[in-house]
Write a protein that binds this ligand. Structure first.
Ligand code: GLA
Length: 384
């Protein structure tokens, strides 16, 4: 039996009856705004069937998203010669994601990044999380949002093909308080941006920090050291040897963390710098020069070889730029590519790491009645 996914229309015309079946769920707006197709992508450990949804816009760009972990499985955009290529790292098969994935393409929650010693206090009560990264808690726990099955709905919209994923995280799941209802909307816009919109509500005070963890390689091969990065940030949050922020907001001026003018990732990554040593390269949070909550540019990355440019936009205050320092060739990815040291990089818009324990960082507390929102855009273009 093929699954049915209903089209939800956010337009005023009556499309709700347009429930489409099987692998050929073409948008009622196919002629205008691209399409969504889906196909089986295997079963999770407990036998739940999951699907791979392909969103395609009218310019031929494509993104593949699995409702297990909200994983971005591929993202195909043109290079300067108009050749489409996949710019993300990941696997061909679900079973490889289930076996061992360093968060390839993953939807991260409840708390993206680290919480020191897996402990935080909220309203006078201490909460204990699983410690899964040295002495710290990382990316939502042993079974974070990257390892759960999301309820998918294909939506029609004015801007492009969309996939809505819903998940209810129970009170106490992975040690976090409150039942958290999360909606994630992935869309592919006509100007080749992958847009991610998160929304969450809770029934008890809790902490939330959702982000996205695609590994990018704009050349589609080799290492990312010649990619040029621009980060509009005067400050970053230096860390201790376990990658927990010290609490300081340190000026980037005069350090290898100054990306205010475009600089190749590899230009300074090998410098004799304590912060680079702690991260094994770049694995830090930059404090972006823009008002929190306002959608603004967080990063621009240019690959001189392919001509591809990726801009990252978000409403979040911080950006974790990770230069793939833990990749070591043991993950054999799409098309047999063994992902070696620095073969991919991540740009994760988020609140600062360890915010629940850092009173001077912007708050990550969500209360009943409030709505958590976070928009992230990865926008692709080319330079001739
Ligand atoms: C994040 C962290 C990194 C690393 C990766 C996954 O980006 O900041 O230190 O853990 O996830 O390997």
């Amino acid at each position: 039996m093929k699954k049915k996914y209903q089209w939800l229309s956010i337009l005023s015309v009556g499309l709700s009856a347009a429930a489409l079946a099987g692998c050929t769920s073409v948008s009622p707006f196919a002629a205008q705004k691209g399409q969504v197709t889906h196909q089986p992508f295997g079963h999770t450990q407990d036998g739940t069937a999951v699907e791979l949804f392909t969103l395609r816009n009218n310019n031929g760009a494509e993104v593949g998203i699995c409702n297990y972990g909200g994983l971005v499985v591929f993202l195909k955009v043109p290079d300067r010669n108009g050749q489409f290529g996949d710019v993300t790292l990941g696997y061909d098969k679900l079973e490889d994601y289930l076996k061992d994935s360093p968060y390839f393409g993953a939807l991260i929650g409840r708390y993206g990044n680290r919480i020191a010693k897996g402990k935080f206090t909220l309203n006078g009560r201490q909460y204990t999380l699983a410690v899964n990264n040295g002495p710290n808690a990382l990316h939502g726990g042993l079974k974070g949002f990257d390892k759960v099955v999301w309820q998918p709905t294909i939506r029609a919209s004015l801007t492009g093909p969309e996939l809505e994923l819903n998940y209810v995280s129970k009170d106490g799941e992975e040690g976090y308080p409150g039942t958290l209802r999360v909606t994630t909307i992935y869309s592919l816009t006509e100007d080749n941006a992958l847009k991610i919109q998160y929304k969450a509500t809770t029934d008890q005070d809790t902490v939330v920090n959702l982000t996205h963890h695609s590994y990018f390689n704009l050349a589609g091969k080799g290492d990312i050291l010649s990619h040029e990065v621009m980060l509009p940030a005067d400050k970053f949050t230096p860390v201790d040897s376990t990658l927990i922020p010290t609490g300081e907001l340190r000026p980037v001026a005069g350090t290898p963390f100054d990306f205010r003018t475009p600089t190749a990732i590899g230009a300074r990554i090998g410098q004799d710098d304590e912060q680079l040593k702690f991260g094994g390269g770049y694995d830090h949070n930059w404090v972006i020069n823009k008002p929190m909550g306002e959608l603004g540019l967080m990063a621009r990355v240019y690959d001189p070889a392919s001509g591809r440019v990726m801009e990252v936009w978000s409403t979040e205050p911080g950006l974790q730029f990770y230069s793939g320092n833990f990749l070591d060739g043991k993950n054999i990815g799409k098309g047999g590519w063994a992902y070696k040291f620095r073969n991919g990089f991540c740009m994760e818009p988020q609140h600062f790491p360890d915010s629940p324990n850092q009173p001077n960082f912007p708050s990550v507390v969500l209360k009943p009645g409030q709505v958590y929102r976070n928009t992230i855009l990865y926008k692709f273009s080319v330079r001739k």
